[in-house]
Design a binder for this molecule. Sequence first.
Ligand SMILES: NC(=O)c1ccc[n+]([C@@H]2O[C@H](COP(=O)([O-])OP(=O)(O)OC[C@H]3O[C@@H](n4cnc5c(N)ncnc54)[C@H](O)[C@@H]3O)[C@@H](O)[C@H]2O)c1
Ligand SMILES: O=C(O)C(=O)C[C@]1(C(=O)O)C=C[C@@H](O)C=C1
Length: 359
Amino acid sequence: YREQCPDSEVLGIDVSPETNALAVEKGWATAALAPDDPAFEQYVRSGCELVVIATPIAAVDEYFERLSAWDYRGIVTDTASTKAHVLAAAEQLLPYPHNFVPGHPMAGSEVNGIEGARADLFKGAHWILCPDENTAAEHFQLLHEIVTGIGARVISLSREEHDEAVAVVSHVPHIIASSLVELASRHADDQQALFRLAAGGFKDSTRIAAGSPKLWSGIAFDNAEALGRGLDEIREIIGRFAHALETGDRETMIALLSAAADARRALPAAWVPSTEKLLEVRIPMEDRKGVVAEATTIASQAGCNIQSIEIDHITEDSAVLSLVLTDEGDVGQLSAHLIQAGFSVSFSPLSPKEHTHVD
Ligand SMILES: NC(=O)c1ccc[n+]([C@@H]2O[C@H](COP(=O)([O-])OP(=O)(O)OC[C@H]3O[C@@H](n4cnc5c(N)ncnc54)[C@H](O)[C@@H]3O)[C@@H](O)[C@H]2O)c1
Ligand SMILES: O=C(O)C(=O)C[C@]1(C(=O)O)C=C[C@@H](O)C=C1
């Protein structure tokens, strides 16, 4: 972020003095302190615009409590992999819970701590934001700007759907990766000879198993229900492979493998923004709460990518939300769903030049 905005001030807070020293040395933070340093409170009380809580889930409450004690009125976001606990804690502990916009970058590393940090970690990645009907459009706009500024793409997801969705694409895969390593470990001898045979396939599908057990145990228990359902389902899926094998059913085996191969091949390696053809969607915001959450979630569901957000204040109590979309997703579906939700929307093509001018 500081590469994008070298004039910005970023105060890092970490329990590890080595981490704080390295963060400043690398230029990722302008200053970095221990949580109990009085300068932390001073900084939060003196106009800090945004707080990003990127600790393990177990430490989040402590920071919500501090922000409450310091009557912090700015925007708060987080990076936690699960939202069940964080949402309940925000509601209970934060003085202004509507200023909390949950976030979750869908990128990371199995390397624990600051050693795993890279300036380009989020380039081409998706970053979930979970605004709700109480989220101010300006708060979402600022977070959107920061996240897209570091090269990620924002996906708006409802708070209710978040944990269920990430259980399937992140938490079940982690348990499976750990299970694959456990299987091989059981068969490896003292010299670990079997692991020397492990090539790309094993390594590709188990990299994440090297992640922090403490962090992942926190994630697993915070998302126990959805993870439990996902594990039941994966048992059933593995059972279908096993059954095809037992019954010599080659046709089913081919069908199961083909369906997975097609779906996997269709996954892009990374998201590349396409900004040749831009489309502006203008949505009047008067007399309605939560327009930004509703409209951006509908856009994400339709696979549309919002490149930037503007809020045009027409009069004191009326404004228009303007979303600039890149040439992706199903605009027909977006339009139909926005109209179905009761919005009176207008679409107009925009050239990248015009957009630069608007900015
Ligand atoms: N690892 C990933 O790939 C990944 C991806 C997306 C989101 N997340 C989420 O982001 C959060 C951080 O994960 P991570 O992988 O960066 O963890 P990490 O263990 O690599 O880093 C956590 C940092 O928090 C510090 N810390 C721990 N307790 C603290 C406290 N009480 N006060 C201040 N600092 C404290 C640690 O010293 C460390 O520097 C977690 O909630 C995790 O679920 C992780
Ligand atoms: O790529 C990795 O190493 C990750 O661990 C990233 C990963 C994942 O893909 O499951 C891990 C945890 C998150 O909450 C989000 C992303």
